[in-house]
Write a protein that binds this ligand. Structure first.
Ligand SMILES: [Zn+2]
Length: 479
């Protein structure tokens, strides 16, 4: 199967060009001058399909490097399976995810990895890779870090919060970092001071402050900044590269920027919710259906920050200046009925997470429209950098000969209304949208995954199991 995408504006992170893109089988074969003449040879006449992308952007498929499909958490599981979550991702122009294998304290790392591979096999609409979560860092976990590297798992996530569930103490973190420094893998960090947060949560509940708003106030920016700084120091001590996930506080950004300016291999990720949503507007929301529990829809950790304090504005700025390098979703959806409502009388029992995997490309494109980031930077923070950060670049994250045929045709003159109801877009397996009512001045027209059109003109054309496992190399930002 040969497909030619004609007349589009090809957007890579390095620049734009009017060009035709030829996909042969699963791979991009050529990027040609428009008009598809090659030394007198009419390319368009010799392919199986021609897609006219006049007036549209032709971009590398989105890569969401932080998702939690069907993750077990707080006595329930994230409501999107690998099947439903990756299909929703495809709808939104994302053609690869990197999900997290969960190892809770006491479990064996390799057993869990095997389990997660089995969960995802044959289910996914788009390509997928895995990071490995390490909870208690046992001796066997250190051995597993070497073994998993051979399986294409080159990044390991640790937690400084969620005591008794995920939390690693500083000694355990240091041990895992020493291993990462020696085998070249990346340490990913959930950077919040868990002991401080646990205390503030206990005190809030005891004082009768049980609504979702207090989820935000009991996870203050100081707890994020402190943990971010501590993680940076331990990475500095051991020489491990460090990737801080879901950065939400401007003070944590400052810690990352300082370390980067000093030459340390430290990277930061933020998420759409920290660019758009806030403590005052969402966590403090109330409705007739849910009262002040409405805010549970946006309970995630790190929490939404205060707009009064200017975190959202600062986060966009950090994306422009490269103090923050990329945007993932931390997609971890839970329904209000039967899941989030476990915390009706106690916010600390609300499963933490927001569903966004479908909307990341659109939400960040709106940042282009609003002049927060450039067109090329949009591609960079949603596709190219995730590919480079996690060892997939060349195959993913770029439109060039030899790359996988993961291509999105995006219409800047189209429109997307997010949410439930007629004419609105929502395909994630949730009973609400955290993005209800958001209007996007753009539209995902066509999504091609390794040469196969899986979404076109608001129709899903893919099949369960189209997606393949992507073994990853080491981060391409490291020498
Ligand atoms: Zn996460």
């Amino acid at each position: 199967m040969k497909t030619l995408i004609t007349n589009g504006l090809v957007v890579n992170s390095t620049g734009t060009a009017l060009a035709d893109v030829l996909i042969d089988g699963e791979t991009i074969a050529a990027v040609l001058a428009p008009g598809s003449q090659l030394l007198g040879f009419d390319v368009a006449a010799n392919v199986d399909a021609v897609i006219d992308a006049r007036g549209k952007y032709v971009i590398p498929g989105g890569i969401d490097a932080h998702t939690h499909m069907e993750m077990p958490f707080g006595g329930t599981s994230a409501s999107d399976t690998f099947e439903t979550g990756t299909r929703a991702a495809a709808w939104g122009g994302t053609t690869s995810i990197v999900d997290f294998v969960v190892q809770y304290a006491g479990e064996n790392v390799i057993d869990q990895y095997t389990l997660w591979q089995a969960k995802a096999a044959g289910q996914c609409a788009i390509d997928y890779g895995f990071h490995q979560i390490l909870s208690d860092v046992q001796d066997s976990s250190l051995v597993a870090m070497d073994e998993l590297l051979k399986e294409g798992v080159s990044s390991f996530k640790l937690f400084m919060a969620y005591k008794g569930v995920f939390l690693s103490d500083d000694g355990q973190i240091t041990k895992a970092m020493q291993k990462a420094a020696s085998n070249g893998s990346m340490i990913m960090m959930h950077a919040e001071n868990g002991s401080v947060i646990d205390l503030l949560v206990q005190q809030a509940i005891a004082a009768g402050n049980t609504s979702p708003y207090f989820h935000g106030t009991t996870r203050p920016w100081q707890a994020e900044e402190e943990a971010t700084h501590r993680a940076i120091m331990l990475a500095n001590l051991t020489g491990a590269p460090l990737y801080v996930v879901h950065v939400s506080a401007k003070q944590a950004v400052a810690q990352i920027a300082t370390a980067r300016d000093a030459g340390q291999n430290v990277f930061g990720e933020t998420c759409p919710q920290y660019l758009y949503l806030s403590l005052e507007e969402q966590l403090a929301a109330s409705s007739t259906e849910w009262g002040t529990f409405e805010g549970a829809k946006w309970v995630c950790s790190t929490p939404l920050r205060s707009r009064e304090e200017g975190h959202q504005h600062h986060m966009w700025q950090s994306l422009r200046t490269n103090d923050i390098q990329m945007v993932s979703t931390d997609h971890c959806p839970f329904c209000m009925k039967g899941q989030k409502d476990m915390g009706l009388n106690d916010f600390s029992k609300i499963p933490n997470g927001i569903g966004s995997v479908e909307h990341r490309m659109d939400l960040l494109f709106q940042g282009v429209v609003d002049k927060q980031i450039s067109l090329e930077r949009w591609v960079e923070v949603t596709s190219t950098t995730p590919a480079r950060m996690f060892g997939m670049y060349g195959k993913k994250g770029v439109i060039q000969p030899g790359a996988d045929g993961d291509v999105v045709i995006y219409d800047p003159n189209g429109h997307t209304s997010i949410g439930f109801g007629e004419g609105r877009s929502h395909h994630m397996n949730m009973d609400y949208s955290a993005w209800e009512g958001f209007e996007i001045d753009g539209h995902v027209d066509t999504v091609i995954s390794r040469g196969k059109v899986i979404v076109d003109d608001d129709r899903y054309l893919g099949t369960k199991g189209d997606g393949q496992y992507v073994p990853r190399g080491l981060s391409q930002y490291l020498i």
